[in-house]
Design a protein around this ligand. Structure first.
Ligand code: NAD
Length: 324
């Protein structure tokens, strides 16, 4: 039986990945500082542990795992990452985790490591035009990410690539672009746009208002979780190391995302634009490289994904109202 180690396995993508790997027949160990919030883990072993701690990290790498998925990071939505208030923690915590994982993973002679980087590594100056953002993989350098979160991701990409060059570590690197789906943060400041929009629409009365940060004309693309996992598994099974984008190329404005969600909810709502943390002006996944290297790219539509997402968020809002 193939063995997998999922670091950050209590998080949104990590927990979904554990479920997928179990379906595929892997023996899975997950590690996180917290258990999944909305469902029971299917991992064979779930270790609560802080990966910043060298001893903990050393102890979870007690065997040469066939596949290691490094998803643990101090992260959140725009309100958390782009406000500037958490920069020191974001960089320190995630870098410490990655330094430990590369070091102890190498000692344990793991067979393959997946690292989740981010679209936030792309230079800000290529994302000023909301209609034509450039996020082709090669555009990452000269580097100029707009957040410390992005800088740390770029540093860690480079560190894993160094382990590949100097120690022969077999790595795969993907740059995720806004992954969303049920069981992600939907409130509390770490929620990202799709979840936050679903919550605001679910909470709004028909005919009421929805608050949107900025003018709402900033563009983004959002990828449904199942497609993200499909891309990750395909990348792991391929010979291509990356870095490669895993994201949707169906770009929308935030205003369009809100209107789409209101339509799904069958509510008539007015958009109220207020100041808020925004990030870059435009961002979209460039999927030429993934299509060329893996012969695959995501195709699930945003509206279908948002319909599933809305149903789940609406349930959470109802439960919270009922005090459950
Ligand atoms: P998440 O916050 O739900 O998952 C990250 C997990 O890491 C959390 O469960 C957290 O508890 C865990 N963690 C944090 N510090 C830890 C520590 N010291 N020791 C052990 N565990 C620790 O986020 P996610 O959306 O599931 O993202 C997974 C990965 O993908 C992250 O590395 C993130 O940066 C990257 N990513 C995600 C997106 C996205 O849209 N969701 C986009 C780009 C990149």
């Amino acid at each position: 039986m193939k063995t997998a180690l999922v670091l950050g396995g209590g998080g949104f993508i990590g927990n979904h990945l554990v479920t997928r790997l179990k379906k595929e027949g892997f023996w899975v160990r997950a590690v996180d500082i917290k258990r999944p919030e909305y469902s029971e883990t299917l991992a064979d072993e779930f270790i609560i542990g802080d990966l910043r701690d060298q001893k903990i990290c050393e102890s979870v790498f007690d065997q040469p795992f066939d596949e290691v998925y490094q998803l643990a990071a101090d992260m959140g939505g725009a309100g958390y990452i782009f406000s500037g208030e958490h920069d020191a923690d974001v960089v320190h915590n995630s870098a410490q985790i990655n330094l430990n994982v590369a070091h102890y993973g190498n000692i344990a002679k793991i067979k393959k490591l997946f690292y989740s980087s981010s679209a936030c590594i792309y230079p800000q100056h290529n994302q000023l035009d909301p209609e034509n953002p450039n996020c082709a993989e090669a555009s990452a350098y000269p580097a100029a990410p707009d957040s410390e979160y992005g800088w740390e991701k770029l540093f860690s990409e480079r560190m894993y690539l160094s382990y590949h060059r100097n120690y022969g570590m077999n790595v795969r690197i993907a740059r995720f672009h806004n992954i969303f789906g049920p069981e992600g943060a939907w409130t509390g400041g770490r929620d990202k746009a799709p979840a936050a929009v679903c919550r605001k629409v679910a909470e709004a009365a028909d005919g009421g208002e929805v608050e949107v940060w900025g003018d709402g004309r900033q563009t983004r693309s959002f990828l449904f979780i199942d497609e993200c996992l499909e891309g990750v598994r395909r990348l792991m099974d391929s010979d291509f190391m990356g870095p490669v984008n895993i994201g949707s190329d169906e770009m929308v404005t935030i205003n369009e995302l809100v209107e789409m969600t209101a339509e799904i909810a069958e509510k008539k709502l007015t958009l109220k634009h207020i100041p808020g943390a925004l990030g870059v002006r435009g961002r979209n996944s460039d999927n030429k490289l993934i299509e060329e290297k893996l012969g695959w790219k995501p195709h699930f539509s945003l509206k279908d994904g948002m319909a599933i997402m809305y149903t789940w968020v609406q349930e959470q809002v109802e439960k919270a109202k009922a005090g459950k």
